[in-house]
Design a protein around this ligand. Structure first.
Ligand code: ATP
Length: 320
């Protein structure tokens, strides 16, 4: 394979730039050309791309966001849009495509592969960590670290005023950001879409912690359950403690990627290009038990994300 395309799609995630760098540099190492497609599938349909050089990816390893920009593109869901995308690839002689994004972006890549025979490789770039086939997605670690930073600060003020803080984090339908941020920040309670919450039990846990000498409480709620304001309204009706809502919002998506995310980006990007170089397409890359893996894209997108109940139980035991 001599010429490949590269795009970032769906929600941006810290580490996407580091992955772009790894793809471009690895491809150049192997004597391949890389076309950077701007704004995800929208750019593929509209033919906005440029050839990337060694220096096109200088000074981006540490930056959040994505140099190639990203978009959600409804046209890609239609047969006409997909045909247009394929004709852009053909026009430029692009033989394979690397897609950095979440499960929606992978479905787009799967379409190109299944219906038009374009070899594609997916790199999991989303803060949500909602893909079952990989232990971690690019951006998740940084997003959780950003949440930790904010929760640490909230704890200071909540303890001074003896309040309860309800902190809303992202994750769409997945509770992983809440679970990991909750367990590593020392939050007493997490509320996630995967487990129905019981307000009586929450109040009992808060009262028990106060009886044990605790002067504040942190509740981390995943956006997939409800907003922090709505939850505070419900909680304030059944407790006399003062409750405050914080929504972390898009801050979670920005910022310099952590070491863990930069490392994943380097390994994912490198692996993606090595697969295409060997003529292997229709795969996604990931990490399982600390090993970089690849698997069939169709199989990967059909796997249902499982919640880590063991970690949830751990939190219940150690956060009181
Ligand atoms: P994140 O998890 O961060 O939101 P994502 O990749 O899941 O990222 P989506 O908005 O679901 O984000 O998908 C990104 C884009 O992928 C869509 O805007 C669309 O262009 C394309 N896409 C999604 N689903 C399909 C599909 N079934 N067929 C073709 N293309 C799709």
């Amino acid at each position: 394979m001599k010429r490949i395309g590269l795009l970032t799609s769906g929600g941006d995630a810290p580490g996407m730039n580091a992955a772009i760098r790894a793809v471009v540099r690895t491809a150049i190492y192997y004597g391949m050309e890389v076309y950077g497609i701007e704004r995800g599938y929208a750019g593929l349909i509209e033919d906005t791309m440029y050839e990337m050089q060694m220096r096109s990816v200088s000074d981006i390893v540490q930056r959040g966001g994505t140099k190639l920009r990203t978009a959600r593109c409804l046209e890609m869901l239609t047969a006409d849009g997909q045909k247009q995308a394929v004709s852009t690839l053909e026009k430029h002689g692009i033989e394979g495509l690397v897609v950095i994004g979440g499960d929606g972006s992978f479905r787009g890549a799967k379409c190109l592969t299944e219906n038009y025979g374009i070899p594609t490789i997916g790199i999991p770039g989303t803060i949500d960590n909602d893909l079952e086939y990989t232990d971690y997605t690019l951006g998740f670690d940084t997003a959780v670290n950003t949440c930790l930073d904010i929760i640490n600060k909230l704890r200071d003020t909540m303890t001074s005023h003896e309040r309860i803080s309800v902190v809303e984090v992202m994750g769409r339908h997945c509770g992983d950001i809440a679970l990991y941020a909750g367990i590593t920040s020392g939050a007493e309670i997490i509320v996630v879409p995967e487990i129905a919450y019981d307000m009586e039990d929450i109040v009992m846990r808060i009262n028990r912690s106060r009886a044990n000498g605790k002067r504040s409480n942190i509740i981390v709620i995943a956006e997939g359950v409800m907003g922090a304001d709505a939850f505070v309204k419900q909680l304030q009706e059944v407790t006399t403690y003062s409750v405050r809502a914080t929504t972390i919002g898009h801050i979670q998506r920005g910022g310099s990627p952590s070491m863990a995310d930069r490392m994943l980006a380097a390994q994912f990007g490198n692996k993606a290009v090595r697969l295409l170089k060997d003529g292997i397409g229709n795969r996604v890359v990931g990490i399982r038990k600390n090993e970089i893996i690849d698997m069939d894209i169709i199989e990967a997108v059909s796997m249902k994300k499982k919640f880590n109940y063991e970690l949830y139980e751990t939190l219940q035991m150690i956060s009181m």
